[in-house]
Design a protein around this ligand. Structure first.
Ligand SMILES: [Zn+2]
Length: 276
């Protein structure tokens, strides 16, 4: 599961010895710099920036993992990788990069995206500066402080008579179905967001909402909050825009499913295991 590892300590400034080798999380666009290793891929490790020919657009100290300092860096999206290395998206690295490192990479990607998109004050347009005492960017002209963004997204697994509701969005890979999900609107509770999304997307009513789990989803800065629910009423009908198909599926007749890295996959596996 994609999450910040328990052994990671977020920090604003390096605490330890300057000679300690650093884990470098280097991004070009949304892709992480890796090299092949015996059992998957690994990150560059060096006590100083190891790529003199690779100019960085920004660097951020993240904290420490197992006592080892972790730095994030961003390079131009079009720059070729150093010899023997390559840039890969985090989804593609699932199960190939160590899970703890992938969790820190997810953290790094979100902070870099936030830092890149908050260079200027959203209120008065003045260039912002990083704060030394907290993870924030500050405008010295008007005093506005910007913190890393998180966008809450609800996801819901709806079950009716032992069958699970799965739906297909036009952007999904061919044959893939997933659970209903949507952004929480300003002022809404999570429960209201679920009732609204389910009604909007498939025209049904649900009840007996139960919290299931949450997961960070760094594309670009979502927090997925998953619930289970039961069908209450209404006739299944997709909106034809956000969704192109939806249906009830038995656990032994599931269609193509989303990545095992996703919250949807966990919820669907839990359903299949519980009804087996
Ligand atoms: Zn300002």
């Amino acid at each position: 599961m994609l999450m910040l590892p328990d052994d990671f300590r977020p920090e604003l400034l390096p605490a330890g010895d300057a000679d300690t080798p650093i884990l470098w999380f280097v991004f070009a666009g949304g892709d992480l710099l890796v090299r092949s290793a015996a059992d998957g891929v690994e990150l560059p490790v060096a006590s100083i920036w190891p790529f003199a020919k690779l100019p960085t657009m920004r660097r951020l100290y993240l904290g420490s993992l197992y006592g080892r300092p972790c730095h994030a860096a961003e390079v131009e999206p079009t720059i070729p990788p150093p010899p023997g290395m390559r840039f890969e998206g985090l989804r593609a690295l699932w199960t190939r990069l160590d899970e703890a490192l992938l969790g820190v990479a997810s953290h790094a990607l979100q902070l870099i995206e936030w830092d890149r998109t908050h260079q200027f004050c959203g209120r008065c347009g003045t260039p912002t500066q990083r704060r030394a005492e907290e993870r924030a960017r500050h405008c010295s002209a008007c005093g506005l402080t910007a913190y890393p963004r998180l966008s809450p997204v609800i996801m819901v697994r709806v079950v009716r008579d032992g069958q699970i509701l799965l739906a297909r969005a036009p952007r999904f890979a061919p044959g893939v179905y997933s659970l209903l999900a949507g952004f929480v609107e300003a002022g809404e509770t999570l429960e209201q967001a679920i009732h609204r999304e389910v009604a909007e997307e498939v025209n049904i009513k649900v009840g007996n909402l139960r919290y299931f789990a949450s997961q960070s989803w760094p594309f670009p800065h979502s927090l997925m909050i998953a619930f289970t629910a039961e069908y209450v009423g209404g006739e299944l009908r997709v909106d034809g825009r956000e969704l192109v198909d939806a249906g009830w599926f038995a656990p032994d007749a599931l269609p193509g499913l989303p990545s095992a890295m996703s919250m949807a996959w966990r919820l669907i596996q839990d359903f299949a295991a519980g009804t087996a």
